[in-house]
Design a protein around this ligand. Structure first.
Ligand code: HEM
Length: 143
């Protein structure tokens, strides 16, 4: 089960980055263009929301089965940058990113028919994207 989840988490990460980036860029374009936020724009937000939620669930299970997750948590692990990333920083920042993206989507959904929906999505998805980019274990993933 561990290897399967590890591969799923690693592969889905591409869709998370792509989906959140597309939602963010589309929202920014709408905001700058002074357009009205429509149901079509809300659906574009789902491109970022859905893979991020799936990834969160897989990540949570991985946290308990991976030797890099909870099993390696200790005082010493906190002193080492790599183990601290997996035990603390990655899970925490990713959960925060999921929360921000979810809030952004939910708020924007209630702003259909205004321009405000684009601003909401740009801010919340943008912050989420920054958090995700800041705490991906890049070396292990692409290295
Ligand atoms: C939603 C955004 C998330 C993204 C984009 C993401 C992305 C990644 C990536 C790219 C890796 C490296 C995979 C590799 O080495 O090939 C990884 C590893 C890992 N992630 Fe996440 N992750 C997310 C959320 C989470 C959450 C919420 C948790 C835990 C609560 C989590 C726990 C882990 C663990 C334990 C590993 C190490 C797995 C192993 O190799 O044993 N992730 N993640």
């Amino acid at each position: 089960m561990y290897t399967g989840l590890q591969h799923a988490h690693s592969g889905l990460a591409y869709l998370v980055l792509l989906g959140v980036a597309i939602s963010f860029i589309a929202a920014l374009a709408g905001l700058l263009g002074g357009k009205t936020f429509t149901d079509k724009n809300r659906k574009l937000g789902l491109l970022g929301l859905i893979p991020t939620h799936l990834q969160w669930v897989i990540g949570l299970i991985l946290y308990f089965v991976s030797p890099l997750g909870l099993k390696s948590a200790s005082g010493a692990a906190m002193k080492d940058a790599t183990t601290r990333l997996y035990v603390l920083e990655h899970p925490l920042m990713m959960v925060l990113a999921v929360i921000l993206i979810t809030i952004g989507y939910s708020k924007a959904k209630r702003q259909i028919g205004t321009n405000q929906g684009f601003k909401t999505m740009t801010i919340f998805y943008g912050l989420g994207l920054i958090l995700i980019l800041s705490r991906i274990p890049w070396n292990a993933w692409l290295g």
